[in-house]
Design a protein around this ligand. Structure first.
Ligand SMILES: C[S@@+](CC[C@H](N)C(=O)[O-])C[C@H]1O[C@@H](n2cnc3c(N)ncnc32)[C@H](O)[C@@H]1O
Length: 521
């Protein structure tokens, strides 16, 4: 016993115990066996261990059995040990009643303490362990819960299979050790579960367990290589390639690659084949849906550039009546008119969404109404982008001022932003194209999409020439370009025409159909 303060044994009511200091979970099967013993031979003669404040730290299973049998008082050993944990563990070990402590119990105790913000240093001091040992037990928390339960169950089964009274060689038949489990720490939950189930059921032995864990580790590393080279834009294709890896055909080549840096040609062919499928399937992806919902499905760091033209929030209900002409109005529709406070929050959410899916070094242009130009720059800056400045599309035919009371706006604005972290593409075109403005008429003629009735289909269709200019500046052929608010698909059409891949999102069914016909047709 480790008790270092005076102690006494007294007959006390069970109700004296008001709290528990537990170092391992209750085992209901064991409580049940103790109840049978209590019924057969009465209250056991040795006392429960309790602090003067009524905290039970030794005899938890007996306590439960007494309570369940309606026993109201028993002998209690009242003491205040220096470390309740250490004392409780020693009592468990020494008590003929107790199931012996396994590393499973110890590990769970370490996790509970860590969850209660006890440092590894303090845990080591309390248990008389080295810091390394505490750390090793703490890392067992990486094992999937279901696999861990299988491990714990093997201990319970083997303990119950021992002598009724004592189980000193507890664990002799349980195959798991803390060291063995370290082999599976970094495997997936499914792999961990597979392996522990196989070992627990005797389908494999410990040696095979280690060999198979090693095989899984190798294949997981290969799968990481494949994912790294493919990006994650299409989970289905990536999953197909990694499933192929899991069949084991690339292990030997990978080991040579990892050991000696020998290029893995077979594996690279797999990556190339997946890329080809990817390009074939995804050279032009058009999605009808809400920007945020669809963006959330895209893989992180998967697009090379963004050229997008979201709502500006400049719609008004004002209608200008002109003699001998159709009414002229600036009501673009509900899509351009979110409630007041939501617009700034929206811009910030766009920035976060773009940031997540852009590759480091990827550039973007976001068109924005003049009143929001600086705000958008500040919000994109706050999201982590590097702001490169503004770009102006100078309309060479802005139209005539209706009121003649103000300037006729002839400029459209975009912010230029870059996700930091790698070299960016900027194909400087010389002068004057290298200036931050570009002159082009608003789109008209054949380019302007019309409804069957001959009306303008989309009020803010961008001219291809402007988008083409931006595309040439910040992308290379083969790049994946994203437009989260594609409208009639101008960015997609330009991407297709210039050999870029494209991913476009549009919520409105009518605009989406038009974009589809234009980009895919
Ligand atoms: C300024 S327009 C884009 C016009 C486009 N550049 C073109 O050339 O046709 C913005 C588009 O974003 C769409 N939109 C607005 N909010 C959206 C959202 N939450 N998700 C997807 N599309 C949205 C609107 O329907 C509208 O067509």
């Amino acid at each position: 016993m480790l008790l270092d303060t005076p102690s006494s044994v007294l007959l006390k009511p069970l109700a004296f115990i008001t709290a528990f200091h537990e170092v391992r979970p209750l085992n209901p099967a064991y409580v049940e066996r103790l109840r049978q013993k209590v019924r057969a031979i009465g209250v056991k003669p040795y006392p429960l261990s309790v602090t003067p404040e009524g905290v039970l730290f030794g005899g938890r299973h007996r306590y439960e059995a007494f309570k369940a049998e309606g026993i109201t008082e028993c002998l209690m050993h009242i003491a205040q040990p220096a470390s309740l944990d250490r004392e409780a563990i020693e009592l468990n070990r020494a008590s003929e009643d107790a199931l012996p402590m396994s590393f499973v119990d110890y590990a769970e105790m370490v996790w509970r303490k860590q969850a209660a913000d006890v440092t590894q240093k303090t845990i080591a001091e309390e248990l008389g362990w080295s810091r390394e040992k505490v750390r090793d037990f703490a890392t067992l928390a990486k094992i999937d819960r279901r696999a861990w339960e299988v491990v714990g169950a093997t201990f319970r089964v083997s303990a119950l299979a021992q002598d009724e009274e004592v189980a000193p060689s507890f664990g002799a038949t349980a195959p798991f050790t803390e060291g063995l489990l370290r082999n599976i720490l970094y495997l997936t939950a499914e792999q961990q579960l597979d392996l522990v189930q196989d070992l627990a059921s005797g389908r494999i032995n410990k040696n095979k367990f280690k060999v198979q864990a090693e095989g899984y580790r190798t294949r997981n590393a290969i799968a990481d290589y494949v994912r790294y080279h493919l990006g994650e834009i299409d989970r289905e294709i990536v999953d197909e390639a990694t499933a192929e890896v899991m069949r084991g055909a690339y292990d030997a080549e990978w080991i040579a690659f990892a050991d000696d840096g020998i290029d893995p040609p077979k594996l690279n062919r797999l990556v190339e084949a997946a890329r080809a499928r990817f390009a074939e399937k995804h050279s032009l992806i058009l999605i009808q849906g809400d920007f945020h919902a669809e963006m959330a499905k895209l893989g992180e760091a998967s697009v090379d550039a963004v050229i997008t033209d979201p709502p500006y929030r400049i719609s008004t209900d004002r209608v200008y009546r002109l003699a001998n002409q159709a009414d002229w109005n600036k009501n673009f529709g509900a899509w351009d008119n979110p409630p007041e406070g939501e617009f700034l929050a929206d811009i910030r959410r766009w920035a976060d969404a773009f940031f997540r899916v852009m590759k480091p070094g990827a550039s973007g242009f976001l068109f924005v109404g003049e009143p929001s130009l600086n705000i958008a720059q500040a919000l994109f800056d706050a999201a982590g982008f590097e702001i490169k400045g503004s770009f102006f599309w100078c309309r060479s035919n802005p139209g005539t001022s209706v009121t003649k009371a103000d300037f006729m706006p002839a400029m459209d604005h975009a912010i230029q932003f870059v996700k930091p972290g790698a070299r960016r593409t900027f194909n400087y075109p010389g002068e004057p194209e290298g200036f931050n403005w570009f002159q082009s008429p608003i789109c008209g003629g054949h380019e302007r999409l019309k409804t069957p009735k001959g009306e303008t289909l989309h009020p803010t269709q961008k001219p291809e020439a402007v988008i083409r200019h931006l595309m040439d500046l910040i992308t290379l052929p083969g790049d994946l370009v994203l437009d989260g608010f594609m409208g009639t698909g101008t960015t997609g059409k330009v991407a297709r025409d210039t050999g870029r891949r494209f991913l476009g999102i549009e919520r409105d069914a009518g605009f989406f159909a038009a974009a589809r016909a234009r980009v895919e047709g």
